[in-house]
Design a protein around this ligand. Structure first.
Ligand code: 1CP
Length: 343
């Protein structure tokens, strides 16, 4: 096979020194050049579906920091939006999703082909791909079925997920149909992103930990398996990263049947444990605490992460998304630290 970007090689199980690096949510509010573009669009969804602006903001962090990968600029809530549940982003609030009447919504949304709506995103993927310097990878993404469902059922960000869990336990039939619908849409969106040129895809399951243990098999792992199998059937070589915040103790049992899955580690994960229990079998990505990148006090943690994980297949990242208060100089210093490590 021809030369692949370092990120792709690492995610296919080849150890790289120094490890490739990118940061979750690397395009966004901590970058003045992002804010300058964002200000031109009062409506966030309009911003997300303007190919030229998406191409521009996706490339901004690569131009500024020389990361090993770009992640296409979009949002996990585009799926509910296009299924007809209007999503609004108001200043100072998280996303706000309109209430829907589920029977009608589900009937209307089943097997709905959203590819016409996603054309601007696919066009931006092609444009980013041709603009990226060689050796850099392009990452596509979607939310997990569960994480997207929490926003749809809760009407926005949930403070406490007990309402969502109660809905799922009492309105079982509707909840299962929501999960199935999302599993199909996530699969089709990721297939479309790979077809358009993404080298890797990541599934963001930011609220996985809200699922009680007895429901994880059905609410998290069955949808994940369906998505994984559907992607691997068409694109067996494209790495898939699953980022499940707060559920890494469940990863070892996923490794046996999702044999090529790569695992995102949040900042709560002990890196020694991750090395012996997960990384021996699968590539891992993570896991510096994003708060440390804000304060600047990260050297010791970075060394600990590298000492434990950099010998195996590894991608350096944060344990969750970069925070808007992050000073740009700290990002430069982090990259320098990783790239100048003597191994
Ligand atoms: O005004 C703005 O600029 C809006 C802020 C913003 C941005 C920059 C939103 C609204 N979405 C995004 C882009 C985005 N969202 C990206 C691409 C940027 C990149 O990675 O470089 C990605 C990967 C996401 C993913 C996303 N959206 C997640 C999963 C990752 C995570 O941080 O946990 C989630 C939960 C969302 C929902 C969402 N969209 C936007 C916000 C502010 C939120 C989070 C709200 C909440 O905390 O519930």
């Amino acid at each position: 096979m021809d030369n692949q970007p370092a990120l792709v090689e690492a995610l296919r199980g080849i150890s790289k020194a120094p490890p490739p690096i990118w940061l979750m949510r690397q395009a966004g509010r901590y970058l003045p050049e992002y804010m300058a573009e964002r200000q031109k669009f009062p409506d966030f969804m309009e911003f997300c579906f303007n190919s030229d602006v998406v191409t521009k903001v996706t490339l901004q962090p690569i131009e500024r920091f020389d990361f090993d990968a770009a992640i296409i600029f979009s949002d996990i809530l585009t799926i509910p939006h296009f299924l007809g549940q209007t999503v609004k982003f108001e200043k100072g609030h998280g996303p706000i999703l309109a209430r829907v009447e589920w029977d009608h919504f589900l009937k209307n949304g089943k097997n709905k082909d959203l590819s016409p709506e996603y054309q601007p995103l696919f066009k931006a993927i092609q444009d980013v791909k041709s603009a990226l310097p060689s050796g850099k990878a392009l990452i596509g993404f979607a939310g997990s079925s569960w994480t997207i469902a929490t926003y749809m059922i809760g009407g926005g960000k949930s403070k406490d997920f007990s309402e969502i869990v109660k809905f799922a336990e009492t309105e079982t039939e509707i909840f299962n149909e929501i999960l199935d619908l999302l599993t199909d849409q996530v699969t089709w969106l990721l297939l479309g992103q790979i077809k358009a040129g993404c080298d890797v895809v990541q599934i963001f399951d930011s609220w996985a930990a809200a699922v009680p243990a007895q429901h994880r098999e059905q609410w998290l792992w069955q949808p994940l398996r369906k998505i994984y199998n559907a992607l691997k059937a068409v694109y067996p070589e494209t790495p898939i990263i699953y980022y499940g915040k707060g559920v890494s103790l469940d990863y070892p049992k996923l490794i046996s049947d999702l044999s090529d899955l790569c695992f995102g580690l949040d900042q709560s994960v002990d890196v020694k444990w991750a090395h012996s229990t997960i990384q021996k079998f699968a590539p891992v990505q993570g896991n510096l605490d994003p708060e440390k990148l804000v304060t600047g006090d990260f050297e010791k943690d970075v060394r600990g992460i590298l000492e434990n994980l950099s010998a195996g297949p590894f991608v350096f990242n944060l344990g969750h998304g970069i925070l808007p208060a992050t000073p740009i100089q700290h990002v430069h210093r982090l990259i320098e630290l990783i790239r100048n490590q003597k191994s």
